[in-house]
Design a protein around this ligand. Structure first.
Ligand code: 3SK
Length: 515
C-alpha cells in the first residue's frame, strides 16, 4: 500500500473522500442521525470554533465524552485544526482525570454533561491549565463561562483547517501498565489512515453498504478504528451508543439498526450467547463480527457462528500500534488462534535472549513492525525506549506460531490482566485493598472462568481480630478505583505464599487457581 502524501490531515481527507455522499447517513446515535454532509459541516465549524477559543495547532484538549456524534465531530474537528485531542476513558475516577489534565496540559475540555461533575472534581484544587469547558448534551444550566457544545459549534463559520504533516502528533490515547501512571500515547494523523487501509479495508473489507456497530467505545483504540476511522474511510454508516454495552443494549441496536458488522470483546460475546433474549439469526443482518481485547475462546466463536451464521474474526492490537496487527481473516478463521499477521505488519517472536524464534510451537515475546506505531509515550522516555525499539514495538504479549503460520496467545510478560478486554493492574488493586482497615495484605491474580475468560481474584489476609466480607471489600475497591477494576472473587486466607525474601509468589496462587 502506497503511503498517504507527506502533507496529510485525516479529517480533511475524510471530508474529501466522502464529498460525493453528502446525503448518506454517516452517524446514528441515541438522539438522531448525521449525514456525511452534516458531518463535514460540523467538523469544519468545530475546527474553527476551537481556533476562536484561542486554541492553536499542537495545543491539547481533553475529550471526555460518551459515544455520540459530538464525540466524532469533536475528535475530527480538533484533528482538522491541528489541535490534539486527548481521548480519555469515561469509566475513570476524578483522580485519574486530574493526573491526565496535569500530564497533558490540556487547554480546554470537551465533556459530556453526565461526566462534568467528575471532571470538575478533578479540576478543583489540582493544578491544570483548562481555560475553556465545552459541555455536550446538557439539560441543566451550565457553570459560568462554560459553552454549550451545540451552540458553540454552530456559532463558527466552517474553517479551512490546518495543513498538517502526516507525521504530526494528532491525538493521544492513554495506555495503562502494571506499574506507574498511565502513559499518554502520541499518534499521528497518518496512523489513522494506515489502520483504516490495512485492517479496515484489508481485513474487514468495509464497504459503503456496511452499517457498523461497536460495543467497544470510541476512547479505546479498538473502538476508535471500529466506529470512526474505518467506517468513515469507507463511506459506511455507524451506530453509536452512549450506554454500557450490556447484551440487551447491543441486541436493541442489532435489531433496530441492522448493522452488518459488529465489533466486541470475548466477555461480551459470551454474555450475549448466554442471554435468554438472544435474537434469532433472522432478526439481524450481520455479515461479519470482530473480536479483540483478549483471546476469543474457541467455544464462543463456534457457538456464535452456529447461531448467527457469521464468523468472528479474532485479532490482537494495541494502543501503541493503534489497531489490530495480527488477525484471522474472513473465510480463513481458526478459532482458538489469533490468526496471522495483517498484511502491512510484520511480527517476530523473540526468546529470552532477544533472538528471533524460527521454530514452531515455541513461546516467545511478540514484537511488531508496522506503519501505525505511536511516536512515543508523553513525558516518559524510559518506557518509550523500552516499548518503541527502532522499527519494532514490544507488545508485552507472549505467543507461539504453529506450522501453518497461525499464532496462539500464551499470556502476558508483565502482570497485567485483561478483564472484559480492559487492562487491570493487579498491583493497583492490591494497593487499594490494603488501604482497608481490616486488610493486612492482598495478592491479585487472573482466574479463568468456565468459558476460559479472565476474571480478577484477590487473596486477602485480614489483620488479627478483624473482619470483612467479600462484598464490603469489593465495594471498597469500586469506591476508590474505576469500578471495573474491582476483584470479581475474593478468598480469605491465613497467609500468602512468599519467597525467602518476602516477595509474594503470585505464580503459586495462579497455579492453584487455574489447575
Ligand atoms: O485489545 C486489543 O487487542 C486491541 C485491539 C485494537 C486496538 C487496541 C487494542 C488494545
Amino acid at each position: 500500500t502506497a503511503p498517504p502524501p507527506d502533507r496529510f490531515n485525516f479529517a480533511r481527507h475524510l471530508i474529501e473522500v466522502n464529498a460525493g455522499r453528502a446525503a448518506k447517513t454517516a452517524l446514528i446515535d441515541d438522539a438522531g442521525q448525521l449525514s456525511y454532509g452534516q458531518l463535514a459541516d460540523q467538523v469544519q465549524r468545530c475546527s474553527a470554533a476551537l481556533n476562536a477559543l484561542g486554541l492553536r495547532r499542537e495545543d491539547r484538549v481533553l475529550l471526555l465524552m460518551h459515544d455520540c456524534s459530538d464525540w466524532v465531530v469533536s475528535f475530527l474537528g480538533a484533528l482538522h485544526a491541528g489541535v490534539v485531542p486527548v481521548c480519555v476513558n469515561t469509566l475513570l475516577t476524578a483522580k485519574d482525570y486530574a493526573y491526565m489534565l496535569a500530564d497533558s496540559r490540556a487547554q480546554a475540555a470537551l465533556v459530556s454533561a453526565a461526566l462534568l461533575p467528575t471532571l470538575q472534581t478533578a479540576m478543583d484544587g489540582t493544578p491544570h491549565e483548562v481555560k475553556q469547558l465545552i459541555v455536550s448534551r446538557s439539560k441543566e444550566p451550565l457553570p459560568a463561562g462554560a459553552h454549550d457544545w451545540t451552540q458553540w459549534v454552530a456559532s463558527s463559520e466552517p474553517g479551512t483547517g490546518a495543513d498538517t504533516h502526516g507525521d504530526e502528533p494528532a491525538f493521544w490515547l492513554y495506555s495503562s501498565g502494571s506499574t506507574g501512571a498511565p502513559k499518554g500515547t502520541v499518534h499521528t494523523q497518518a496512523n489513522l489512515w494506515w489502520t483504516a487501509e490495512l485492517y479496515g479495508k484489508g481485513v474487514l473489507r468495509l464497504q459503503e453498504s456496511d452499517v457498523v456497530f461497536s460495543a467497544a467505545k470510541l476512547f479505546f483504540a479498538y473502538g476508535l478504528g471500529n466506529a470512526l476511522s474505518f467506517p468513515l474511510s469507507a463511506g459506511a454508516s455507524v451506530v453509536l451508543m452512549a450506554e454500557r454495552p450490556t447484551p440487551q443494549a447491543c441486541f436493541r441496536r442489532m435489531t433496530e439498526h441492522q448493522p452488518t458488522v459488529f465489533y466486541g470483546a470475548p466477555t461480551g460475546y459470551g454474555g450475549m450467547l448466554a442471554a435468554p433474549d438472544l435474537p434469532p439469526r433472522s432478526a439481524v443482518s450481520l455479515r461479519l463480527c470482530s473480536s479483540a481485547g483478549e483471546a476469543l475462546p474457541r467455544d464462543i466463536g463456534e457457538r456464535w457462528t452456529a447461531h448467527f451464521g457469521c464468523e468472528i474474526i479474532d485479532g490482537i492490537g494495541s494502543t501503541e500500534m493503534l489497531h489490530i496487527f495480527l488477525s484471522n481473516r474472513p473465510g480463513d478463521v481458526r478459532y482458538g488462534t489469533t490468526g496471522k499477521p495483517v498484511p502491512g505488519y510484520e511480527v517476530q517472536l523473540r526468546d529470552e535472549d532477544g533472538s528471533v524464534i524460527t521454530s514452531h510451537n515455541q513461546i516467545g515475546d511478540l514484537y511488531i513492525q508496522g506503519p501505525s506505531a505511536a511516536l512515543m509515550y508523553w513525558n516518559n522516555r524510559a518506557k518509550s525506549r523500552d516499548t518503541f525499539q527502532g522499527p519494532w514495538t514490544k507488545s508485552g504479549d507472549k505467543y507461539l506460531r504453529d506450522p501453518d503460520g497461525y499464532y496462539t496467545y500464551a499470556g502476558r510478560n508483565d502482570d497485567m490482566l485483561k478483564v472484559s478486554g480492559i487492562y487491570v493492574s493487579p498491583f493497583e488493586v492490591e494497593a487499594t485493598l490494603v488501604q482497608h482497615s481490616a486488610v493486612l495484605e492482598a495478592a491479585v491474580i487472573g482466574k479463568n472462568d468456565d468459558e476460559g475468560l479472565t476474571k480478577t481474584k484477590a487473596f486477602v489476609v485480614l489483620k488479627p481480630g478483624q473482619q470483612a466480607t467479600e462484598a464490603e471489600l469489593q465495594a471498597f475497591v469500586k469506591e476508590k478505583l474505576a469500578p471495573y477494576k474491582y476483584p470479581r472473587f475474593i478468598e480469605f486466607v491465613s497467609e500468602l505464599p512468599k519467597t525467602a525474601t518476602g516477595k509474594i509468589q503470585r505464580f503459586k496462587l495462579r497455579e492453584l487457581e487455574n489447575q
